[in-house]
Ligand binder design. Structure first.
Ligand code: PEP
Ligand code: MG
Length: 756
């Protein structure tokens, strides 16, 4: 008989036992009998995790009295080691292994050889299946395979509660590691608690043993075909043409998708009697186990990609499509993902989404900006998500200190509650500043506005007490819709935003699509492949060429602001003529409206963003043309340092407080002297206290920031003596200290100005 046929026979017998309407104990007793017999072993035992220890649940060959008596801690003895390391042991001489622990009640001293495999549920060991033999021999690979497959069947049965009898509850959800702490980079500060939910949910496998092997084989073939199509389609998308990390990932995907070895192993697993789903999972488990033994970060990355792909294949084959957002959040949630797009994040229910943990991510990636606007703390650059977090784990996210605690114990929970309460007190203190105007100690009024992008954001205006909306990112509407928003829909949004703002000003920025804000309906239709989208065909560059787009937006804005005042800002202006061209589209539309005797805005103010360094040298030409300029430090700094703002590898490399950036910004601010043009900053930098302090010290008096930062920044402003700060900053810029951040921190500390 071939190995596959014998494996299938074992599975079929196991399946019959499991399908019977009998007691769990009876089933387990039969399982150990079948395995012992099939593997010609004197002993076969099953240990399952109960109340934190591995308990002998069934045995063939060891002393039956030891059942439910012998208990081993995870990590104790060979069995405990297998569970702890989620590894397979295959030993000719068990006693020779350093972890061997002798249990006299089992009567196992006569057996020399030992092989054991973990029973894994959601990447965590919930038990161990092992065989022992009198003769000192190592088990054959096919025998180990058979054990592993059986372990998997057992795990699925446990998962479906088919093995739980009355009181003997098997711990599925409770890991042995309490207070497991993962570390990362704080991207949006804040605290959150909730249950762990994966953005790409794990697939539940309902049936493990195949009824019709041929049918399962066909299902896997079809799934492979579909997956390859999807990957190929992905490769044709413009964002993958740009080079860099995306492309590497895609290349790896392709390599795996077309990897004969992978599909062959899955087919072999089907031959041994597993369903398509179980076979995919089985192969994945085996790879995971192998990878655990190899300590190579590069391979770990690859593993990650294979894991993604394997999940994709599982989703296709099982028809369980969609993300956690489509399934809906049931409780307070901390979301885990490798990465997310801004639109994907916006699909989540804001009331339930309390925090986000990403394996990638960077401070100015748009998903992070959106999360910041939603007030959702985000921790990025966290590794180990897949192996250490289980769906449904209780989680405490401390994005202030850069940690996530998994499965916190009572003590940690209480400490968290105390901190949470303190942070709420602070929030309440900020709320009291809502109606207080932010004057510096020496009497300069600083304008603190907020950034917004969606209708929902507008409620934050009253709540935060911001002076207005200094940046309304109109492209968010484009990002969250599946088709191009028509003029009417745009107009309704802008009108609602103006209504919500009342007397406070709103600066609408025309669409900034492209870069990491790709919209499928535009990109695939019109965009050539951009090698480098952040520096490519985006924002005003795109709007000016797709004139219909800008015209429609101009009409929508003019109509929405009829009878009131309108402020329009153009993004990514690189040369003054681009501003002129953008303005002309609006002026033409205005004339058109007037011709038709339609009501038009009472006043229109035009401005532009300064995010392209070249524009800074043209301010003498530009400034006479406009009313305001807002520095977009997110883009500006990525161009100054030639460091992609969305690249997680560069997320921590350059500091906004570097003398190069501050000198540049100071020079920009000096260029405004003598011009009646408002100058502000609307990048993320302005919402961070230490950075805001530096900006105030180099002449910036208007900040537009994320709503949650309005309170803290107002508080900061009120503590600052602007004259003193300005003098200090100019000394530092003339002769930069080796650590500008440290120097500023110390300066603030000495003046009792809180900057963290
Ligand atoms: C910026 O670049 O700083 C900015 C505010 O615009 P966005 O983040 O939307 O590119
Ligand atoms: Mg920008």
């Amino acid at each position: 008989m071939t190995a596959a046929a014998s494996a299938r026979q074992i599975l079929t017998r196991l399946h019959e036992v499991m399908a019977g309407r009998t007691h769990a104990q009876y089933k387990l007793d039969r399982v150990v009998e079948i395995i012992a017999e099939s593997l010609s072993s004197e002993v076969c035992s099953i240990y399952l995790l109960r109340e934190g220890a591995l308990e002998l649940y069934a045995t063939q060959g060891l002393n039956p009295e030891a059942v439910h008596v012998t208990r081993l801690a995870v990590g104790e003895g060979l069995t405990g080691t297998i569970a702890n390391n989620i590894e397979t042991l295959n030993l000719a001489e068990a006693k020779a292994h350093p972890d061997f622990a002798y249990r006299p009640e089992t009567g196992e001293e006569q057996f020399h050889s030992f092989a054991g495999v973990p029973i894994v549920y959601r990447e965590r060991a919930v038990g161990v299946l092992c065989v022992q033999h009198v003769d000192p021999r190592r088990y054959e690979d096919v025998e180990i395979e058979a054990l592993q497959t059986t372990a998997m069947v057992l795990s699925e049965l446990i998962a479906h509660k088919e093995l739980v009898d009355g009181e003997s509850v098997i711990d599925l959800e409770i890991s042995h590691v309490e207070n497991d702490i993962l570390e990362g980079l704080p991207l949006v500060k804040g605290l959150a608690a909730g249950q762990a939910v994966f953005h790409q949910p794990r697939i539940e496998i309902d049936q493990v043993v195949a009824e019709d092997v041929e049918a399962e084989r066909q299902r896997v073939y079809r799934a492979f075909d579909k997956m390859r199509d999807q990957i190929d389609a992905l490769a044709r998308e413009p964002e993958f043409g740009k080079g860099g990390e995306h492309v590497e990932v895609l290349e790896t995907y392709k390599m795996f998708a077309y990897d004969e070895g992978w599909s062959r192993r899955i087919n072999e697993a089907i031959d041994s009697g597993l369903t398509a789903e179980a076979a995919i999972e089985r192969v994945q488990q085996r790879t995971r186990m192998r990878m655990r033994e190899i300590d190579d970060p590069l391979l770990a990355d690859r593993m990650h990609d294979l894991e993604d792909l394997s999940n994709r294949l599982l989703r296709i084959v099982s028809g369980q499509l969609g993300t956690a957002a489509t399934q809906g959040l049931r409780r307070d949630t901390v979301l885990f993902a490798r990465n997310l797009g801004p639109a994907e994040l916006l699909e989540y229910d804001r009331r339930r989404l309390k925090g986000v943990v990403l394996e990638e991510g960077s401070l100015t990636a748009h998903v992070v900006i959106v999360a910041r606007a939603m007030g959702v703390p985000v921790l990025g650059r966290v590794s180990g998500l897949r192996t250490r977090v289980a769906e449904g784990d209780e989680v405490i996210l401390d994005a202030d200190h850069g940690t996530v605690t998994l499965r916190p114990n009572q003590q940690v929970l209480e400490a968290f509650e105390t901190r949470f309460a303190r942070s709420r007190e602070k929030q309440a203190a900020y709320a009291e500043l809502r109606d207080v105007e932010p004057f510096t100690r020496d009497g300069t009024r600083i304008t603190v506005m907020m950034n917004a992008g969606l209708r929902d954001d507008m409620s934050a205006l009253a709540m935060s007490g911001a002076d207005g909306v200094g940046l309304f990112r109109t492209e968010f509407q484009f990002l969250v819709s599946s088709t191009l928003p028509q003029r009417d829909r745009q107009m309704r949004l802008y009108r609602d935003v103006l209504d919500a703002a009342g007397d406070k000003p709103v600066i609408f920025r025309t669409v900034d699509i492209g870069g990491d804000k790709a919209v499928p309906y535009l990109d695939t239709a019109v965009a050539e492949r951009d090698e480098n989208p952040a520096m490519g065909w985006r924002a005003l560059r795109l709007s000016l060429e797709r004139e219909g787009l800008l015209k429609a937006q101009a009409r929508a804005l003019l109509e929405a602001a009829a009878g009131r005042s309108l402020s329009v800002m153009f993004p990514m202006v690189s040369e003054p003529w681009e501003f002129d061209a953008g303005k002309k589209v609006f002026e033409d539309q205005l004339a058109f409206q007037r011709d038709r005797r339609r009501q038009v805005p009472e006043t229109i103010r035009y401005g532009c963003m300064l995010e392209v360094p070249a524009l800074a040298d043209m301010l003498d030409v530009l400034l006479p043309k406009l009313s305001f300029v807002s520095v977009g430090t997110n883009d500006l700094t990525q161009f100054l340092f030639a460091a992609d703002r969305a690249n997680p590898k560069l997320a921590e490399r350059y500091d906004w407080l570097s003398p190069a950036i501050l000198r540049f910004l100071a020079r920009v601010s000096r260029s405004f002297v003598g011009h009646d043009v408002q100058l502000g900053v609307c990048g993320e930098m302005g919402g961070r206290r230490l950075e805001a302090l530096a900006l105030l010290g180099i002449g910036y008096r208007r900040l537009s920031i994320t709503p949650a930062a309005v309170g803290p920044i107002k508080e900061l402003v009120r503590k600052v003596d602007l004259g003193e700060l300005t003098a200090q900053m100019s000394r530092w810029l003339a002769a930069p200290p080796p650590d500008m951040r440290g120097a500023l921190q110390q300066w603030a500390g000495e003046r009792d100005i809180e900057v963290e």
